[in-house]
Design a protein around this ligand. Sequence first.
Ligand code: ADP
Ligand code: MG
Length: 222
Amino acid sequence: MSELTVVVENLRKGYGPGDARVEVLRGVSLQIQKGETVALVGKSGSGKSTLLSLLAGLDQADAGTITIANRNITSMDEGELTQFRAANMGIVFQQFHLVSTLTALENVLLPLELLRRPRASETARSLLEAVGLSHRSHHLPSQLSGGESQRVAIARALAINPSILFADEPSGNLDEETGEKVMDLLFRMVEATGTTLVLVTHDPELARRCGRVVHLEHGGLA
Ligand code: ADP
Ligand code: MG
């Protein structure tokens, strides 16, 4: 039985005041099944990151609704949203966004400790092992290569066993070969855990690895 995990209805988002306002999303609707892998593609400036940040609850829509795992996140207040995000979502960014003062292991531990998950330490260690970085556990982000940093970010995003993983151009800051390896890893981990994936990319080859490709164009999905 398929089960919807993301339902987006008529989402609108613009930036800027008055006449200078740019309407980026002009009524986006989208449904994603649990366990689906979806690539979100479109030209630079088409609103991919805008849509992803709304889906991840990092920014507020002007209108429309987003339901994730049967909860309407567009009606949540900041506190509820923070909690919901921490418990249900993993996010991987182009710029990694690791905490610079924490080691690789501590970065992966952080979301687990915030949720007071039992056996946090074991989980974090086994995830670092799964991304092939056990030997870098005690290194700071500044001591890691780009590829290693992104692998830590993937381990961190998957640590809580999220129902949905959002990734915004996750290989965008890596050279081609490293990017490919990191994406292989991401897809392997997503497959192994049955996690729903929404992947923003401008790389058609990467998009084709997803079960479905949606195109963002002129403020809507084509
Ligand atoms: P993409 O990720 O597809 O390249 P974005 O979602 O980043 O596109 O941006 C879509 C449009 O919205 C662009 O024209 C961009 O300049 C504009 N935009 C994005 N974020 C902001 C912001 N915080 N303030 C003003 N304009 C923004
Ligand atoms: Mg973007």
